[in-house]
Every structure is written in C-alpha cells, then in structure tokens.
Design a protein around this ligand. Structure first.
Ligand code: IPE
Ligand code: IPE
Ligand code: MG
Ligand code: MG
Length: 324
C-alpha cells in the first residue's frame, strides 16, 4: 500500500480514472454502449472524480477501489451534460458533436438515465449508506438547479441571489458531493467532511462563474458553442454587465430579443465582441475569486498533509485560470 506521505500524483489518479471509465463505458448494454463510449471517452477534465480520489487519499484511504466510487461522480456529471446539451440545444462539446446530434434526442436522454443508474450502482457497491446519501443529494440538487434555471430563462433578473442559487444547484453541488464523497470514503469525522464539502461548494460556484465567462471565449478554445448562454436566455454575469452598460432604448431592444431568444448570428457575434473588449469575462473571474478565497480557507481547516493542501490549492488556481 502506498503511504500518503509519498508524493501524491493527480496525473496518475487521472490516468486510473480514465482507464476505469473506459471499462465502464464498454460494460454498458449494447444499445447504450455507443453513446456511453462517446460521452465517457471523448475528453473531459475529470475534475469531479479527481476530487473524490484526492480527498479519499489525502484523508487516509489509499485503497485502489475508491477509483470506482469516484467514477460514479463522472457518470452523474456526464448524464447532466447529455441532458444539458439537449436542453441548451448545443451542437458541440469537448470539440466534438454532441451526443443528441449524433444519436438523436430520445437516445441521448435515455443514455443519461442509464449513466445515472450505473453511477448509483457503483456507489451502492461501496456498501456505505453515507455515500448513497451524498450521491442522491448530488443528483437531486443538480436537477433542482437546472429546473430553476429553466424557469428563469429569458428573464432579465436584477436578482443575483437567484443566479447564485441556480449555479449552486446545477454545478457546485456535484463538485461539493465529489469532495464530500472522498472524505466519507476515508471515514473521517463529520466536521472534516463538512470542510471538504464547503471547499467543494465554493470551488463549484467559482467553476460555474468561470464557465459563464468562458461562454464568450472562442469555440476553438472551449470546444463548446460561443455565446450559447445568450442564445439560451441565461442571464449570467457577463450578460448582466453588458446589459447594464446599454442605454434605455438599447436595453428595451435587448430585452425583447433575450426574452424571445431571437438574436441573429450577427447579434451574437457583436455582443460577444463587446463583452470581450469590455473585459466582462475578466470581471466575472474576479467574482469567482471571492469564492476561491473561501475555498482556500475551508481547505486550511481540514489539516491535510502539506503535499495534498498544495494539490487542492493547485486546483483552485486551475479553476481560476482555466480556458476550457
Ligand atoms: C461542464 O463541466 C459543465 C459545467 C458544470 C460548467 P466541465 O467543464 O467540468 O466539463 P468537462 O467534463 O471537463 O468537459
Ligand atoms: C452547466 O451549465 C450545466 C450542468 C450542470 C450540466 P452550462 O449549460 O453553462 O454548461 P455548459 O457550458 O453547457 O458546459
Ligand atoms: Mg449547457
Ligand atoms: Mg456554460
């Protein structure tokens, strides 16, 4: 067994995760397999399972089996992406065509359900009800956040509490659960699990803020459509900043187009260009910074070996500076 005081390696954890995910994808029933292989083996940063493995190892569980439980988080995440791309009508993810454009909408939705089921099974195999509770709340909160976001679509919301609630649910909760699951796999105290969870929720909120900044970055960089949030009527911080700088008359026109999702390609291009020149993406990243600082202070409460504290701080920097 490797001692946790030896130099930990996120790259090796990532390799083990990728290997396990390939195996999992190939083990799906024939009807689902091509979609599972497409969704699970065409890239992805693997942030969530990596957090699970690293927290479990940092807190003392170095059993290789934890990789399987960690993969459950990637299965849940991938399921939400399959569903999200249908809801967002998105043609591109990770630089390749989305599953629903290749296999059809019903098949992509049902494959998402199969991934949720497969993830739940991996968690159940750990025989630990605490883990099952963490997993079910991850799925539940993600879904609730996504539904809340849909209910606000096309609205110019002056209310940033609603935005925070949406991103906490749809994105941060899964990242929170990844951290909490890692800590729970190491069987540590509730207090330590809560600090790991708090690190995760703050990292996750920042992660989505940066994602909303990146929505206006070139598609060649992100592998996702440019300006998708504008087309889909999501009132994210860069869009809010753009809107607030408009004159009364311009706001009225914008409001109508936003509400009816009727921006032309040229509109999207010119708004994207304005958002870039005005530096609204950067300003959004500065909002993310305040959550990353909170993540850092939660981390300090957990009392991890220094090498792991540095890895988790490295992840904070990665989220801050990420460009895909
Ligand atoms: C995309 O998540 C969906 C969001 C929560 C913003 P990631 O950016 O982690 O997607 P992959 O898995 O690395 O492609
Ligand atoms: C993340 O929001 C939604 C999920 C939690 C799946 P986005 O809709 O912004 O994610 P991307 O930009 O499509 O990856
Ligand atoms: Mg989307
Ligand atoms: Mg996005």
């Amino acid at each position: 067994m490797t001692s946790i005081s030896q130099t930990p390696s996120p790259a090796s954890a990532q390799e083990r995760i990728n290997h396990a995910l390939e195996e999992i994808a190939l083990s799906f029933p024939e009807a689902v397999r091509p979609i599972a292989v497409h969704a699970l083996t065409c890239g992805g940063k693997r942030l969530r399972p990596l957090l699970t493995v690293l927290f479990a190892e940092a807190l003392g569980n170095t059993n290789p089996d934890i990789v399987m439980a960690a993969c459950a988080l990637e299965l849940f995440h991938t399921a939400t992406l399959l569903h999200d791309d249908v809801m967002d009508n998105a043609a591109l993810r990770r630089g390749v065509p989305t599953a629903h454009t290749l296999f059809g909408i019903p098949a992509a939705i049902l494959a998402g359900d199969a991934l949720l089921a497969a993830g739940t099974r991996l968690v159940a195999e750990q025989n630990n009800p605490r883990l099952s509770l963490i997993a079910s709340s991850a799925i539940f909160e993600t879904t609730a956040g996504a539904i809340m976001e849909m209910s606000l679509q096309g609205e110019i919301a002056g209310n940033s509490d609603a935005y925070l609630k949406v991103i906490t649910g749809k994105t941060a909760w899964m990242i929170r659960s990844a951290c909490a699951m890692g800590a729970a796999l190491a069987n540590v105290s509730e207090e330590k699990i809560s600090y790991a969870a708090e690190y995760g929720i703050n990292l996750g909120i920042a992660f989505q803020l940066v994602d909303d900044a990146l929505d206006f970055a070139p598609s060649s960089m992100t592998g996702k459509p440019e300006g998708g949030d504008l087309r889909e009527g999501k009132f994210t911080p860069p869009i809010q900043m753009y809107y607030e700088a408009l004159s009364e008359a311009e706001r009225e026109k914008f409001h109508t187009q936003f509400a009816f999702r009727s921006f032309s390609d040229e509109d999207i291009q010119s708004i994207t260009a304005a958002i870039r020149t005005q530096g609204y993406g950067e300003r959004t990243r500065r909002i993310a910074d305040s959550y990353l600082e909170k993540a850092d202070s939660c981390l300090r409460q957990i009392d991890l070996p220094q090498s792991y504290t540095e890895i988790f701080q490295g992840l904070i920097s990665k989220v801050r500076n990420r460009n895909h």
